[in-house]
Design a protein around this ligand. Structure first.
Ligand code: FMN
Ligand code: SF4
Length: 391
């Protein structure tokens, strides 16, 4: 809930302050409610006309429809407040209005997620919402997320394990018996997704950050090379934090994300003046510099003072908080974000020596730099890559 461009309070359900911004909404009257329902329907019609394959109505994450559903936020005394039947009236009317303007076979579903806040809409009531709407033929699919602005775990970082939403989501997917059900939550590889599908918890699995980190995740896996996937490390730095602080979408472990039009690998042209490039430092930036230089046809020597590739990030992999990141961070640092893997297989000369004291030094510095380094590293890498791709 953010102020309108004219700084007026936004339309909302009741005068309950937004838990993050503190803003108090202007409760909508029937005229405003009708206008928003009409706008939902008009948007869905445009989606179909524009060739979009289906629409998902967002009834999760503390947004307007979830505010209507939630007894914590919805204090209305009219036909939209009180018992569940009333609190789900707005959602029902949105779906009914959409059904009237799109073709019968056009997929329309909802995104829901239980609140963990005291008094918020929990799994029991949301399961009822799903059952009722499904029985009334208003749903073609259900997409289950988890939490809202009160706890904010719907884009959880590396402190949460793969599939962390499943214990909660499975209570909602169980409520839908006729339509496909989707779940989400830190899935990084297709193997991880396969486990969920095999267990029958859901029929589809979303992967948001996995695709931001590597848009070719499906193609690489299908081609028999899952080890080449750049697995999302759940840092939330360049994608979530970045976009929420005004930066364009980017990814800490993939400098090409968001710049595919200019930096994609298939656009890299051989250099007119192939030479010998010396890269000093085998951290992510050094490895990417070496890799791109090699792709441009240069002879490359990468010099690393430590005993292994990975730089400061390698030491992060030993942090307890990071060990939950399983495939990408814990265990062998060689698989670390995929760079080491790529460098070791490219014809790049590498020189590494043991530098015994680095572990102590890094463990002292680590906590202090933990938050900023990943993001600033990404910016530097993007600049470097942009430079090397044009020389
Ligand atoms: C950069 C970014 C933007 C997002 N924007 C939205 C959004 O507009 N609406 C939404 O429902 N979820 C949004 N999400 C949440 C994702 O849909 C998803 O629920 C979340 O990232 C967890 O899935 P993952 O672990 O596969 O990334 C966004 C996530 C990211 C990282
Ligand atoms: S910046 Fe990249 S690695 Fe980090 S969470 Fe976002 S997608 Fe994953």
């Amino acid at each position: 809930m953010y102020p309108l461009p004219d700084q007026m309070p936004p339309w909302g359900v009741s005068t309950v302050p937004n838990p993050i911004t503190g803003l108090v909404a202007n409760p909508m009257g029937q005229v405003e409610i009708d206008e928003v329902i009409e706008a939902f329907a008009a948007a869905a019609r445009r989606c179909q006309q524009g060739g979009i394959d289906g629409v998902e109505i967002h009834a999760a994450h503390s947004y307007l429809i979830m505010q209507f559903l939630s007894p914590l936020v919805n204090h209305r005394t009219d036909q939209y407040g009180g018992p569940l039947e009333n609190r789900m009236r707005f959602l029902r009317q949105v779906l009914e209005a959409i059904r009237q303007v799109v073709s019968d076979d056009y997929p329309v579903g909802i995104r829901v997620g239980a609140s963990t806040a005291e008094g918020g809409i929990g799994e029991i009531e949301l399961a009822q919402v799903i059952q009722i709407l499904e029985a009334d033929g208003l749903l073609d699919f259900v997409d289950v997320s988890w939490t809202d602005y009160y706890e904010f775990k719907f884009v959880a970082a590396m402190d949460q394990p793969m599939g962390y939403q499943l214990p909660h989501a499975s209570k909602l997917t169980a409520a839908a018996t006729k339509v496909p059900r989707m779940v989400i939550g830190r899935f990084r590889t297709l193997d991880e997704v396969e486990l969920v599908l095999r267990d029958g918890i859901a029929d589809m699995v979303h992967m948001t950050r996995a695709h931001i980190a590597d848009p070719d995740i499906v193609r690489k896996t299908r081609a028999g090379h899952p080890e080449r996937v750049r697995a999302c490390i759940g840092c939330n730095q360049a994608c979530w934090h970045g976009t929420n602080t005004g930066w364009p979408l980017a990814c800490t472990i993939n400098p090409v994300t968001g710049l595919e039009g200019t930096l994609n690998e298939d656009l890299i042209a051989p250099s007119d003046r192939p030479g010998h490039v010396l890269v000093v430092g085998g951290g992510p930036a050094g490895m990417e510099a070496a890799r791109i230089s090699r792709l441009r046809g240069h002879r490359v020597t990468l010099v690393e003072a430590g005993s292994d590739l990975g730089g400061s990030w390698r030491w992060r992999s030993v942090l307890r908080a990071c060990t939950r990141s399983a495939t990408s961070l814990s265990g062998s640092s060689r698989r670390f974000t995929g760079w080491a893997w790529r460098c070791e297989r490219a014809p790049i000369s590498m020189s590494m020596t043991r530098w015994q004291n680095t572990l102590t030094m890094w463990s002292l510095r680590l906590e202090r730099f933990r938050a900023e380094t990943a993001f600033s590293m990404n910016i530097r890498m993007r600049r470097w890559t942009a430079m090397t791709s044009h020389t």
